[in-house]
Design a binder for this molecule. Structure first.
Ligand code: DGJ
Length: 693
């Protein structure tokens, strides 16, 4: 028997695995597309004489590399059975093609450690989905400390990791780290996706730029703790590993039980990190479950939070709804503050009934008024949380995650409910479902405003993993019972943005920071992984509550146009001119959202200018932002790498603040030489509509 070569070909990339006759599958290649009939040459082992002072049978980089039997890199598995079976190894895999050339399953068995592992690999376009599961085949329980979702091969010329860090009010801040011989590693142990560490990244080769060159991307479809690392290997390649970070003892499998890890969505692009983003957008779009199976045009939001906070006054909210309908708002979202005793953030989470002091006849009068005005009505909830000062906590103090003998640590005055208890989820479902049944609510903004700590269950064991699965099940229960209700995922802004939660939600609240200058950077980070139509982006007030800076309405609107557009301030206080202008921007968004939520491209134009384009190569909207005052005497032209070279474009300046201007350009000129743009003040934008002639 000789080795078998398995190849998954995408549109422009290929992935190749070698299955030796008697050893586990090995990574051979992931990169630009190979010929259909490529020949991989001799087996890896035949080209690798044993290096000095090494094992006589040196192991190569396996698809599922494990510790203890001669692999010295990061292990895909750390496990033991009461101290036994600490080293795992596998022979030849059973290979099952699920779709010829596109999807396969590798089944690995370790008869000594009595475990079985399956790895699913599926290529769609140039996007790979990797699913890994481990089953305990022994009678005794096995403790899993780490099971990687995927260990991916990166080429030896991988040079740079682009990952995203941050905090509340400052999500998606780009970190660029040069790869070397030391391991690059990022861990999140906050119990949810986190503001600090997006569970994914991009790896670029030395010559790769935003729009050209080979780049790799990966993201973990998981809303809890996570780890990713990139490690240099003995043959010069790098191993990129992603998976769930497991707390001590929380993943113990009894005989016959299986742990299925979260999926990894990975891609290789020949078009730089913008190409990686584009591939991710396609993959994420395929994961979203829209009511009726199709996304409707994304409605303009009005969210009450920054305009009203906890100060809910029914007559004022009715007036706000009138003003909102007049300017063209399509969805009115009533944020925090509507439920029993909720006058500030010190109490009431868990008591999901309407506060009769603020709403003597319930939410009906407001909800029906909103709907009568032609808008959808949305409601804020934070189901996973409980305030110690709540009727729910007084009745069920044991429902909060906690460790006996340890203090209950609050954050924003709140604790986290143990969703792995069925009665907790039943209570949450019933109390919120009652509102959904009784009122015309077609949207939930589902918040989660703290990290998990001391997340123990009643048996004293860690519940981080169980909490995420139970939260997913609760989301799924609402989706099944109320399939027309869309859900927005929020976690103090962007603390729960990932490819796991996106499978049960329809929008993300990107950040509580609505400063347009700060948002540009955060939105760039978001758009590296997620498509624009699910990126909540609002026009906030000025000065901005989170930063104190002031920006013009036109600039705030031009930044909000990048995503799912909304408004978050008290419209009623706007003067007549500003209100009219806001209405123009809302009209503008509605006119162009079919392009704004298409394919997107982003770039830097020099001299502190950034650009964002959306639509298709045939027809697009281009927004050029000047972030800082001009430093050049003349504005540099903006090169547009996304246009078709073989055609001409009609380009019109558009927007409520735009002078009339219409010109035609050759595509190759736009791409190579660039489009001239006029001088602009700092924090201003110019918007263009380009169409193929
Ligand atoms: C945090 C969210 O990010 C805000 O938009 C708002 O909903 C508050 N929570 C309400 O408490």
């Amino acid at each position: 028997m000789t080795e078998m070569i398995l190849a998954l070909h995408g549109a422009t990339t290929s992935l190749v695995i070698e299955c030796p006759a008697s050893g586990p599958p090995l990574w051979r290649y992931w990169g630009p597309r190979l010929a259909d009939d490529f020949a991989s040459g001799p087996a890896l082992g035949d080209t690798r004489p044993t290096p000095s002072f090494s094992l006589d049978e040196t192991l190569s980089f396996a698809v599922f590399p494990t510790f203890g039997l001669g692999w010295f890199g990061q292990s895909a598995l750390i496990a033991h059975r009461a101290g036994q079976d600490f080293a795992q190894g596998f022979g030849a895999a059973e290979v099952e093609w699920l779709e010829a050339g596109k999807a396969l399953r590798l089944s690995l068995v370790d008869d000594v450690a009595q475990i079985a592992v399956t790895i699913g690999l599926a290529m769609d376009g140039d996007v790979l989905t990797i699913s890994t599961a481990l089953t305990n085949r022994g009678d005794e329980p096995i403790d899993i400390g780490w099971l990687a979702s995927a260990t991916l091969p990166l080429p030896d010329d991988a040079a740079l990791v682009r990952s995203y860090s941050g905090r509340h009010n400052g999500e998606f801040l780009l970190c660029e780290d040069v790869l070397g011989r030391n391991i690059w590693r990022k861990e999140n142990r906050r119990g949810l996706t986190s503001h600090d560490a997006f569970p994914g990244g991009v790896v670029a080769l030395p010559a790769t730029s935003a729009h050209a060159g080979v780049a790799y991307g990966a993201q973990l479809a998981w809303s809890g703790n996570h780890v990713q690392s990139v490690e240099w290997l003995d043959d010069g390649r790098y191993a990129w590993q992603l998976g769930e970070w497991l707390a001590p003892g929380e993943m113990q499998l009894a005989g016959g039980e299986t742990y299925a890890t979260p999926d990894v969505i990975a891609t290789c692009s020949l078009a730089g990190w913008a190409g990686v983003a584009d591939n991710f957008h396609g993959a994420i779009r395929r994961l979203i479950h829209w009511p009726d199976g199709q996304m409707k045009p994304r409605p303009v939001h009005l969210n009450t939070w920054e305009g009203y906070y906890f100060d809910h006054d029914l007559p004022a909210l009715l007036t706000l709804a009138d003003a909102a309908a007049e300017v063209g708002i399509e969805r009115f979202v009533l944020d925090d503050g509507w439920f029993l005793g909720r006058d500030d953030d010190s109490s009431s989470l868990g008591d999901w009934s309407v506060d009769p002091r603020k709403y003597p006849d319930g939410l009906g009068p407001l909800a029906h008024h909103v709907v009568a005005k032609g808008m959808e009505f949305g409601l804020w909830v934070e189901p996973e949380m409980i305030n110690p000062n709540s009727d729910l906590f007084r009745a069920h103090p044991d429902w909060a995650l906690q460790i006996a003998g340890r203090p209950m640590q609050t954050a924003r005055n709140q604790l986290v409910l143990d969703l792995s208890r069925g009665e907790v989820c039943d209570y949450l479902f019933e109390s919120i479902a009652k509102l959904l049944r009784d009122l015309p609510i077609s949207y939930l903004k589902w918040d989660h405003n703290r990290d998990l700590v001391a997340a123990g269950g009643s048996d004293g064991r860690a519940r981080y993993h169980a909490q995420i699965l139970a939260a997913y099940a609760l989301f799924d229960r609402f989706r099944a019972a109320f399939p027309d209700v869309e859900i927005e995922a929020c976690a103090g802004g962007g603390g729960r943005i990932d490819a796991g939660i996106v499978q049960r939600t329809h929008r993300f609240w990107t950040s509580d920071c609505i400063d347009a200058v700060s948002r540009i950077t955060m939105q760039r980070g978001f758009l590296q992984f997620m498509p624009p139509e699910i990126m909540g982006s609002h026009i906030g007030t000025a000065p901005v509550h989170s930063t104190g800076r002031t920006q013009q309405l036109d600039f705030r609107a031009a930044v909000a146009l990048q995503g799912h557009f909304g408004v978050e301030f008290d419209l009623v206080k706007l003067g007549a001119d500003d209100r009219a202008r806001l209405g123009q921007w809302i009209r503008f968004y509605k006119d162009w959202r079919h392009l704004l939520h298409g394919q997107i491209w982003q770039g830097d134009a020099g001299d502190n200018m950034l650009w964002h384009a959306a639509g298709s190569a045939e027809e697009w909207i281009l927004i050029v932002y000047r972030m800082q005052p001009m430093q050049y005497r003349h504005m540099p032209p903006v090169r547009l790498p996304f246009v078709r070279l073989d055609t001409h474009y009609q380009i019109d300046r558009i927007g409520p603040d735009a002078p009339s201007e219409s010109r035609s350009f050759d595509g190759s000129w736009l791409c190579k030489a660039g489009m001239p743009v006029p001088p602009m003040m700092a924090e201003c934008a110019a918007i263009y509509h380009g169409k193929r002639l």
